[in-house]
Write a protein that binds this ligand. Structure first.
Ligand code: MN
Length: 489
């Protein structure tokens, strides 16, 4: 990997971008790392170069790429954050600092991973780009895992699969999620990986490719007749997701059918619906599997129309229809937006609503806690993550209370709770939980049951149902006591 390849990639995505600062960051990192070597024996600079290249591929902005080149400097060399700040400005230094902090989070077994997850969310709150750089850093480390001892390979793969890949998905950076998952899968379940790889890559794909070509010709000619500019690609599921499906449904590889989809990329939203109409006029759709994420986008901003039709030979065939813009969003998620649209000076109205919201939240938030809270509530869904003292995470609706939390842990805990400690402080049961809170429920084992008044403030369905159930049962109990004959009926 050379700095020229990175510059080339940036210029391809952003014609006219000023890449001089990227070159300077490279020189700086090159001198700082000196003759350090990676475990694989190659010069250390290769690692920041690959990290920066991955960032360029997902359309990250220039500051992010600069920080990617510098990300291991303060940790591993004599040059400090102060030096970086002087040379490359506050913004880049802040990103590098965020990554240095993150690298101190060590994976300490499955039990502590929730804690890592929490720290990760908090780091993300400072600046989402820190996470994006961390993903790129991790992806390159995964690609070079062979140089490490076996136990370390497993540890890193496990951690990546459980923490990094899901967050990449949450941020909509699917291309990184898929890549990370397949590498981790290979190291964690080498035999299953080899089996599926063989069956899929060698046996199945040739046959599928012929089928996909057939469909492409049929749909392509109809789209052309209607003068709809388009591009059709066959898309295969990645190995890890197939394996997951096999595990989930207890099926063999040959019994998993939806391993491919055809992606139709057109110019406008109107064309998406025209293309949909054409497909449905050729083959009968399976309405149970029709989803219009253009009209109703997913919470992370994902947009596309998905439809599955009974194709030639009655074979279930999935289509994903989207515009180019939607396509880029789906692949590169948040990383692309920060740069791609906004920093090019395009007006905010043209950017997807969820990106605007993130930017507005970031501007207005008083602190990281608030940012995290807001981003969770407004962007990722109305959810918060709170933690038990042991570090287990519970995902609750926003404005949940300690009672909701208690019922989410266990019905008995809910029924017998009397107070709570939030982050070590005693609080009443109707207090409002915030993202990242650590909650300890205090129970009274002698307590008869929940208070009916709790219904005034609980937010979860589960808590509501359990409280009502208890109330009903106890009313019934007292009813029975007054009417001795009741039980006979
Ligand atoms: Mn690194």
């Amino acid at each position: 990997m050379t700095i020229e390849q990175i510059v080339e990639q940036v210029e391809k995505n952003q014609p006219g971008a000023d890449c001089s600062i990227i070159r300077r960051a490279y020189e700086f990192a090159l001198h700082a790392h000196g003759d350090q070597k990676r475990k694989s024996g190659e010069p250390y600079i290769q690692h920041p170069l690959h990290t920066a290249f991955i960032l360029a591929q997902i359309r990250a902005d220039i500051t992010t790429i600069v920080a990617g080149l510098l990300h291991d400097v303060p940790e591993d060399t004599k040059r400090t954050l102060e030096d970086i700040k002087k040379e490359f400005g506050e913004d880049a230094a802040r990103l590098v600092e965020g990554i240095t902090k993150l690298s101190k989070i060590r994976y300490r077994g499955i039990k502590r991973y929730r804690e890592s997850l929490r720290k990760m969310f908090l780091a993300m709150a400072e600046d989402l780009r820190v996470m994006v750089i961390k993903f790129a850093d991790r992806l390159h480390n995964l690609r070079t895992l062979d140089a490490l001892p076996k136990d370390k390979q497993k540890r890193i793969a496990q951690e990546s699969l459980e923490i990094y890949a899901p967050i990449a998905g949450l941020l909509g950076i699917w291309s990184l999620r898929w890549q990370m998952e397949d590498i981790c899968f290979k190291y964690l379940y080498p035999e299953d990986y080899k089996k599926i790889e063989y069956k899929y890559e060698i046996e199945r794909k040739t046959e599928l490719n012929q089928y996909i070509e057939r469909i492409k010709i049929i749909v392509g000619s109809r789209l052309k007749e209607d003068r709809i500019k388009h591009q059709i690609d066959g898309r295969f599921k990645h190995l890890y997701s197939i394996w997951q499906k096999m595990q989930e449904k207890q099926r063999k590889f040959d019994e998993i059918h939806d391993v491919f989809a055809l992606r139709i990329i057109v110019d406008t939203v109107a064309d998406c619906y025209k293309a949909l109409g054409i497909i449905h006029s050729i083959w009968k759709p399976n309405y149970a599997r029709f989803k219009d994420y253009i009209a109703v986008p997913k919470p992370n901003g994902y947009r596309s129309i998905h439809t599955t039709v009974f194709g030639p030979e009655g074979r279930a065939t999935e289509f994903q229809i989207r515009t180019k813009e939607m396509h880029e969003e789906a692949l590169y998620g948040i990383a692309a937006h920060w740069n791609y649209k906004l920093q090019r000076g395009e007006s905010l109205e043209k950017t997807p609503r969820w990106v605007q919201e993130i930017l507005e939240i970031q501007r207005e938030a008083k602190d990281s806690q608030q940012f995290l809270q807001e981003i969770k509530v407004n962007i990722f869904r109305d959810r918060i993550f709170v933690f038990t003292p042991k570090g287990d995470v519970h995902d609750l609706p926003s404005n949940s209370t300690p009672v909701d939390f208690a019922y989410s842990v266990h019905t008995d805990i809910g029924n017998k709770c009397v107070a709570a400690r939030i982050n070590g402080r005693m609080t009443p049961l109707e207090a409002t939980l915030k993202n990242g809170d650590m909650v300890e429920v205090i129970i009274d084992p002698n307590r008869a049951g929940p208070n009916y008044d709790w219904l005034d403030f609980v937010k979860t369905r589960r808590a509501r149902v359990k409280i009502k159930q208890y109330a009903k049962r106890s009313r019934l109990d007292s009813f029975k006591r007054f009417l001795p004959g009741f039980n006979k009926k």
